[in-house]
Design a binder for this molecule. Structure first.
Ligand code: UD1
Length: 421
């Protein structure tokens, strides 16, 4: 299994290209099931999760190819659905596989999707996806670990009020509603920028959607959708991660191809914590403030609140800040698995329930550590970049799920980092 070796202490300087958002790419790829015409996606990140989604879609009948010399453009076309099952082996590897459920159901009248089961960051059920689809008329049964959804006569519009916002369930229902009969209203919808991006693409395909980006989305079903060309928005989590990489090493990075407004509340939190973010042409400049890093309390919340996907990285940053930071995780249970690893590097962190109290220390010290999930892994990389001595991050396959060429991008701005087989 690959490992990453980091010799810390080098302030990062230079330019980093930010890719398209993985969390937008996955639902957008699933949207290719909604039409028999080609869907052309630009700015698709080359990460393992995209590869997993591509494999799943190919099993279902989607033809996928990159045009010549366009590694980040993906052409997807599903002339006919050949299979309606998302198998355990793929869903287990990537929960977002469940995003094919809505599209398959409206296109083919049926879908079988393995239940994702528990994952490292908590139980993560899919009940909201299923309740929404059943309100739209789907018959749902559970058989042998699989959700079997049927709608032989199609789905019909409904009013669906989530008890709390779910990104995946909002996306699944938006896609299903686009081809349902009548009007669907989603209340307490997720408001993440990736939802807005999906709605934009669906609209380009002929869907009638209003309110994406607010808590109430209205979708008027249409008979059929066509192909479209869509450029995926920048990855705000990759953006935030590299901004913190600049600050944790006391360096300065230009993040190209991204936007500050995508960060939501994280922009203010980072500013308060001593990460200076400045809009420049074509991107953002990120650096550590001359006043240094300052302990700053934060609570993860649905967008525009501080993203749970930036929580682990922010904790790494707070490990060497002046003063204390209280970090509260409200989205996922069990998302503090980076804490014991950061502690092995000298961090002072106490966890009480969903809250971690981080007391800043003057420095971290390199150590062998183990990655447990995508964002936890990258937080250990950030800690390693700032630490004195050598850090070895093990089990890094998680990193490849969501970060394209992480070690090359970091090495290009001065980090002493290498991947070892
Ligand atoms: C998406 C992101 C993930 C991010 C998360 C929260 C993708 C591919 N993944 O995940 O990176 O961390 O949003 O911003 O976009 N829940 C239920 N029942 C459901 C669905 C969700 O109880 O049917 C709960 C979850 O356990 C969690 C909360 O709702 O506590 C939010 O989850 P959700 O927004 O659905 O996250 P994902 O779409 O899985």
């Amino acid at each position: 299994m690959d490992r990453i070796l980091i010799r810390g202490g080098v302030p990062l300087e230079g330019v980093v290209e930010i890719g398209g958002a993985k969390n937008a790419a996955l639902p957008l790829m699933a949207a290719s099931l909604l039409t028999d015409e080609p869907l052309v996606l630009e700015n698709v990140p080359d990460v393992a999760d995209v590869g997993t989604m591509r494999r799943l879609l190919q099993m279902l009948g989607v033809e996928a190819r990159h045009p010549p010399l366009a590694a980040h453009t993906l052409v997807l076309q599903c002339p006919e659905v050949l299979d309606t099952t998302a198998p355990y082996d793929l869903v287990r590897r990537m929960r977002a596989s469940v995003l094919v459920l809505g599209p398959l159901l409206v296109r083919a009248g049926e879908a079988r999707v393995s239940l994702p089961g528990g994952c490292a960051i908590g139980p993560r059920p899919i009940d909201l996806h299923l309740e929404g689809l059943s309100r739209m008329g789907a018959e749902i049964t559970l058989e042998g670990g699989y959700v079997h959804a049927r709608a032989p006569r199609g789905l019909k519009g409904a009013v669906i009020r989530f008890p709390k916002p779910s990104v995946g369930a909002t996306e699944n229902l938006m896609m299903a509603a686009a081809l349902a009969r009548g009007t669907t209203v989603i209340e307490e919808a997720a408001q993440e920028p990736e939802i807005v991006d999906l709605a934009q693409c669906l609209r380009a395909m002929g869907a009638r959607i209003e309110g994406a980006g607010t808590s109430r989305i209205e979708i008027e079903g249409v008979e059929r959708l066509s192909g479209a060309r869509h450029r995926i928005l920048p990855d705000r989590i990759e953006t935030g991660t590299y901004a913190m990489a600049a600050a944790i090493t006391g360096g300065r990075l230009e993040l190209r191809g991204t936007r500050l407004d995508l960060l939501g509340a994280a922009a203010e939190v980072l500013d308060e914590a001593g990460v200076v973010l400045e809009e420049i042409e074509g991107g953002i400049r990120a650096a550590r403030s001359p006043r240094g890093l300052v302990g700053t309390d934060v609570m993860t919340l649905p967008f525009p609140g501080f993203a749970t996907d930036l929580q682990a990285q922010f904790m790494a940053l707070m490990c060497i800040a002046e003063g204390a930071a209280m970090i509260t995780e409200t989205i996922f249970e069990n998302r503090f698995m980076h804490v014991p690893e950061l502690a092995r590097m000298g961090a002072r962190i106490t966890v009480h329930g969903a809250t971690a109290l981080v007391r800043g220390v003057p420095k971290l010290v390199g150590a062998p550590v183990m990655a447990t999930d995508l964002r936890a892994s990258v937080s250990l990389v950030l800690a390693g970049l700032a630490a004195e001595g050598e850090t070895e991050v093990n089990r890094i396959y998680h990193l490849d799920r969501g970060y394209e060429r992480l070690e090359q991008k970091l090495a290009a701005v001065g980090a002493r980092i290498e991947r070892l087989p």
